[in-house]
Design a protein around this ligand. Structure first.
Ligand code: PGA
Length: 260
């Protein structure tokens, strides 16, 4: 696992946009894994800037969302499919139907989850998966206790996650209890995992994910099992990392040909 400590979110956005641009350049059919919440926004803003200045096209790319709330109408502003339309698709040039999320309003949810897994497989799998981390250590909406082998399925949110996400809703009562999320096993099949973590509220979860034992109690610790996982953190989120100086040293002297 590589840990990159950056000065701020803006620097993180640039680094990850570089990795996405490099992928788009080398692959004829790049597949992105998209995260929602506030964490990936600096990346999406940077992709939009590069597209606006003619430096980046996502016309050949496909993308799959990590997760979706159950029970929100498709056009609800906090439905993750709407979020991605508003925050990313509206500002770049994905082809029509190139971006997909799990169908959390399917009448048969398990069948919808299986179809989603099949769609990811049919696209050739995810090349670069963006991830945020919850204050409870979740990735996607895989809450503590999620099987490290889990696949796309319905999950119940913890009270902590519902409280964390209530800032996007009029009240806590409006935050759905159920979600459909790619499983940890699904996420681990992406070729490159890029987890972003910003702010002091994420410091404890980040340290447990990166330097603690691999455990279902900290779903993000599953990244330790992946052969190409990059964790990009700001100084505040890096506060509890014991090997912070080593990560800084490694990054400062990384061969320039390597990229993320
Ligand atoms: P946030 O959420 O980006 O809004 O902090 C991260 C997550 O829950 O994965």
């Amino acid at each position: 696992m590589e840990v990159v400590i950056v000065a701020d979110r803006h620097e993180a956005g640039g680094l990850v946009a570089d990795a996405i641009a490099a992928l788009v350049e080398r692959s004829p059919a790049p597949v992105l894994g998209l995260a929602t919440g506030s964490t990936p926004l600096p990346v999406y803003r940077e992709l939009a800037r590069r597209h606006a200045s003619g430096r980046l096209s996502l016309a050949t790319a496909r993308a799959f969302l990590l997760d979706e709330y159950v029970g929100l109408p498709a056009d609800h502003p906090q439905a993750y499919r709407s979020f991605i339309r508003r925050e990313l698709e509206a500002h770049v040039d994905f082809a029509a139907d190139a971006v997909q999320g799990p169908d959390a309003n399917a009448t048969d949810i398990p069948a919808g989850c299986a179809a989603y897994e099949a769609a990811i497989r049919a696209a050739g799998g995810v090349d670069l998966q963006l991830l945020g981390i919850g204050t409870d250590g979740h990735i996607g909406f895989n809450e503590p206790g999620s099987s490290l082998a889990s696949r796309t399925r319905i999950k119940t949110l913890t009270d902590q996650t519902r409280r964390d996400n209530s800032r996007f809703f009029a009240s806590l009562d409006e935050v759905p209890r159920h979600v459909v999320t790619q499983g940890i096993g699904t996420i681990l099949e992406a070729s490159h995992l890029v987890l972003l973590s910003f702010g002091e509220a994420k410091a404890d979860a980040t340290a447990r994910a990166v330097e603690g034992p691999v455990t279902a109690m900290v779903p993000a610790s599953a990244l330790q099992l992946h052969r190409h996982a990059t964790v990009v953190v700001d100084e505040a989120a890096a506060a509890d990392l014991r090997l912070a100086d080593y990560y800084r040293e490694t990054w400062a002297h990384k061969p320039s040909w390597q990229g993320l």
